[in-house]
Design a protein around this ligand. Structure first.
Ligand SMILES: [Zn+2]
Length: 449
């Protein structure tokens, strides 16, 4: 006999409380507690059962390499650390409409394995239309339109796939729990069942999870703790480029990223990102600087555009796409205080080409250069690259992996790179590109103009 009880969960972090509270003691958010009814199996008598697996002594004699399945998508394989590990649960997060379903569906369609694609989100017709756009027919890729987790697992046991996709966890529900799909207890329970299934059968499972407006996986943080690998798919919806990032990986590094271009027939891997991120125009315009930045382990040259103009309205605007606005404000304050540029009364816009959002402090120097160039209305040569972090006192700090950045700039045919004075370079003369070093933001102005 099952009995029900009512529990309150924080919709932000998944913290549990027997009564409603205004402020979550775990994550500090206000008004996030919602009531959920959960039924628990009555266990008045606890039964002692033996575990299915037998305890074994720990020994050196084992095979340390996990069995992995390789997908046709080289970017996804690399981000996963060399294919998907059998029995692992991979969570793919991202904003709605960014292309998570397309990414997984095209991988299932291209794969040589028997796959089960569970869609709770879209109708059969919608998934079929998407598959038609991708343009691949795969008889070994099965589609299931189902939202009850128990049925999903029962079907999986029946058809025995080699890989499963759940799209999305927020639409799947368990019969054991009375609350609506997408609530903390449902998401937790369904994920737990999927993890148990994956571990028992050694079948890898991809779970799609939506991200809410704060960039958190909608629903509990718990989901991130439970999955073996957490990937995030991001990009600006209006641009065609997407980045696949690893936030957590129990079987590999979190430094790898994958780059994709959204095409009519699905997502295409971008093999030479620097080429597309720098505009072809040969005109030298003010406010443009090229940054040699790192996206995970990949060096990329990115074009930074800045516009500084007199404010039209009372309050000057500070707007940036692809670059952190707080960081931009900090750079403006540093340039104002240390180098005497007055940004008060001026609108400032910063834009990173292609809708990319690189996460690299080494971008600072290029952003500062673009800002100064627009302020002075003097263009910077497009054959110059920048790489360095800027500190609060205006000092230019070395960017990590500077050699890789220099090599990338050299490869793309640039002839000059400005880096920090303190960067540790093995052999400065070993490059064809001219390397110039600077200590403070003041030096930047002297070197550029
Ligand atoms: Zn909380």
């Amino acid at each position: 006999m099952a009995k029900t009880k009512s529990v309150f969960f924080c919709s932000n972090c998944g913290n549990e409380s027997p009564k409603w509270i205004g402020k979550c003691p775990s994550c500090g958010e206000w008004n996030t507690y919602t009531e959920e009814i959960i039924s628990t199996k009555q266990n008045t008598k606890s039964v002692l059962v033996k575990s299915d697996s037998l305890p074994e002594p720990i020994s050196d004699d084992f095979d340390s390499t996990e069995t992995r399945l390789f997908l046709s998508d080289t970017e996804l394989n690399r981000v996963l650390g060399g294919g998907i590990v059998c029995g692992s649960v991979v969570l793919l997060g991202g904003e709605p409409g960014i292309g998570k379903s397309t990414l997984l569906l095209q991988n299932m369609l291209h794969s040589a394995y028997k796959c089960l694609y569970v869609s709770g989100e879209e109708s059969k017709t919608q998934v079929n239309m998407r598959a038609k756009r991708i343009g691949i027919r795969n008889q070994e890729c099965y589609m299931l339109h189902e939202t009850r987790i128990e049925k999903v697992i029962a079907t999986a046991k029946e058809i025995n796939p080699e890989m499963i996709v759940i799209d999305s966890i927020q639409t799947i529900e368990s019969e054991l729990i009375e609350s609506a799909p997408g609530t903390v207890s449902q998401v937790k329970e369904c994920t737990a069942l999927l993890i148990r299934y994956a571990k028992q059968t050694d079948i890898p499972v991809f779970i799609v999870g939506h991200i809410n407006k704060d960039g958190m996986l909608a629903g509990p943080k718990v989901l991130e703790h439970m999955a073996d690998v957490v990937l995030q798919f991001e990009g600006e919806k209006n641009y065609q480029y997407r980045t696949l990032r690893t936030l957590k990986n129990r079987f590999g590094s979190t430094n790898e990223i994958g780059l994709y271009e959204m095409a009519v027939d699905g997502l295409k891997a971008v093999t030479n990102p620097s080429d597309i991120l720098i505009s072809d125009s040969t005109d030298n315009l003010s406010g443009v600087a090229i940054s040699a930045c790192m996206e995970g382990n990949t060096p990329i040259l990115i074009e930074i555009q800045a516009l500084v103009s007199p404010a039209v309205y009372g309050t000057p605007q500070r707007n940036s796409t692809g670059f952190d606005t707080k960081r931009l404000n900090m750079l403006l304050a540093v340039l104002e205080k240390r180098s005497g540029f007055l940004f008060t009364g001026k609108d400032v816009f910063v834009n990173i080409a292609g809708g990319f959002r690189p996460n690299d402090p080494g971008l600072d120097l290029a952003v500062a250069a673009a800002l100064i160039s627009s302020y002075q209305d003097i263009p910077i040569s497009k054959t110059t690259a920048f790489s360095g972090e800027i500190g609060l006192s205006g000092e230019v700090r070395p960017a990590f992996r500077i050699e890789q950045r220099i090599i990338e700039a050299e490869k793309l045919g640039l002839n000059r790179i400005l880096i920090s004075e303190f960067a540790k370079l093995q052999d400065k003369n070993g490059f064809n590109i001219k390397i110039e070093t600077l200590e403070k933001t003041d030096d930047l102005i002297e070197m550029l103009f």
